[in-house]
Design a protein around this ligand. Structure first.
Ligand code: AMP
Length: 155
């Protein structure tokens, strides 16, 4: 359990935790990898969200998942990408969260993930929580806790 004072400070600016889906780069599950390759190269993110036509979350896609498909023994075949769909190679086992403001869960999961997709119970994609935004909250805690609390050593 996180101490209540620490939790209070971590959630002081919790409205910034959620990056809304409307500004999160995505590809569709039915897009081909050629298209996804262009999108990923352009947005410059390591991994992006995969959605279906109804806006439901389906998985994550990274550049290595694509480049692996175009590798031949001694060459690369970019044309091959036009015949493979995103849903055939995307990652589907990444952790997702329902509540972007559960700071304890965020801290725990963001240790191993750079961002967490926020997915409603009905599968709708809501947005992402990034390690960067949570790290800002930790920074605020580390620098400002003594302005709001008296901290005394027990030893
Ligand atoms: P950050 O902590 O801001 O560096 O973000 C960590 C990761 O979250 C990035 O490498 C991306 O994979 C993902 N990410 C952050 N912002 C966006 C966005 N607007 N659209 C898509 N992915 C994003």
């Amino acid at each position: 359990m996180i101490d209540s004072a620490v939790k209070r400070m971590l959630t002081d600016h919790q409205e910034k935790f959620l990056i809304p889906g409307s500004v999160v780069a995505n590809v569709m599950n039915t897009n081909n990898l050629y298209h996804a390759f262009l999108v990923l190269t352009k947005v410059r993110y390591a991994k992006i969200i995969v959605l279906d036509k109804d806006g439901k979350y389906r998985g994550l896609l990274s550049l290595p998942m694509i480049t692996e498909q175009m590798l031949e023994t001694e060459s690369v075949d970019v044309e091959k990408l036009k015949h493979i769909k995103v849903e055939q190679v995307m990652q589907t086992d990444a952790p997702t969260i329902v509540d972007p403001y559960d700071v304890e869960q965020n801290l725990h999961l963001l240790t191993d993930q750079p961002f967490l997709p926020v997915v409603a119970e009905n599968g709708d994609f809501t947005g992402i929580v990034t390690r960067r935004e949570i790290f800002k909250a930790v920074n605020h805690l580390a620098h400002d806790i003594d302005e709001e609390y008296d901290i005394t050593s027990k030893h």
